[in-house]
Design a protein around this ligand. Structure first.
Ligand SMILES: *Cc1c(COP(=O)(O)O)cnc(C)c1O
Length: 221
């Protein structure tokens, strides 16, 4: 097996310069995160608030932490002061809670709208109809402390790349549709977070701007 630094440099060679690599460090110890950090990696992804807080406390302050897992509204207050991006926004209730906590923390928080594109029922996320409904509602436009930067999605867990490609393509079409209809003069709405260790090449081909890679960097969980 390669070192973490080697895995990252291999990944950087194939991923375009303008694509953000989020190193998904969930379940991995701080020492491994520091190895990635030493090779220049700054964006890290965690899916559980408690684990994120424990790591954040002892790791460098210039790490950009991405929350990538389902977030309960009552936990937002613990991360509002520092989180770089919340990629897993899946309800208006959550978004408005983030807005309120961002105001209290005196900052704006970057968010992605998670869209359900997989066939599995278990995965979180808005339907496209729910997002449109939210964006058409005046209440959404009263949120001044969240910056909606784009969309996030997870493909079906399958080794059939035709299915995965179709889902990523759909996510990109949703992104374009939302951009045209709601964010046309908004330069912040530009991110499509899709692609993990097993499918990031397909995601890049379909227009991903953020990939979230865990096991390929840190090894199997
Ligand atoms: C765990 C996780 C990843 C990374 O998965 P790997 O297959 O290890 O790359 C990406 N996105 C989300 C939302 C995850 O929970």
């Amino acid at each position: 097996m390669h070192s973490i630094a080697a895995n990252i440099s291999i990944l950087r060679r194939v991923v375009p310069e303008n694509v953000t690599i989020v190193a998904v460090s969930k379940t991995k110890p701080p020492g491994m995160i520091m190895e990635a950090y030493a090779s220049g990696q700054r964006d890290f992804g965690e899916n559980r608030v408690q684990e994120l807080l424990a790591k954040k406390d002892i790791l460098p302050a210039d790490i950009r932490w991405h929350l990538i897992g389902h977030l309960q509204t009552n936990k937002v207050k613990y991360i509002a002061s520092f989180i770089a991006m919340i990629e897993s926004v899946d309800s208006f209730k959550l978004l408005s809670t983030i807005d309120r906590e961002a105001l209290k923390a005196g900052r704006k928080i970057d968010c992605l709208l998670q869209i359900h594109i997989a066939t599995e029922e278990t995965k979180f996320g808005f339907s496209i109809e729910e997002i449109k409904e939210m964006l058409n509602d005046k209440a959404f436009h009263d949120l001044n402390n969240v910056v909606v930067r784009g969309v996030m999605g997870m493909a079906t867990f399958t080794d059939n790349f035709d299915i995965v490609r179709r889902e990523f393509r759909q996510l990109r079409l949703y992104f374009e549709e939302l951009r045209q209809a709601y964010f046309l003069n908004n330069p912040y709405f530009r991110e499509i977070s899709m692609g993990m260790s097993g499918d990031y090449m397909t995601a890049l081909e379909e227009g991903s701007t953020i990939i979230r890679v865990g096991s390929l960097i840190f090894g199997e969980r």
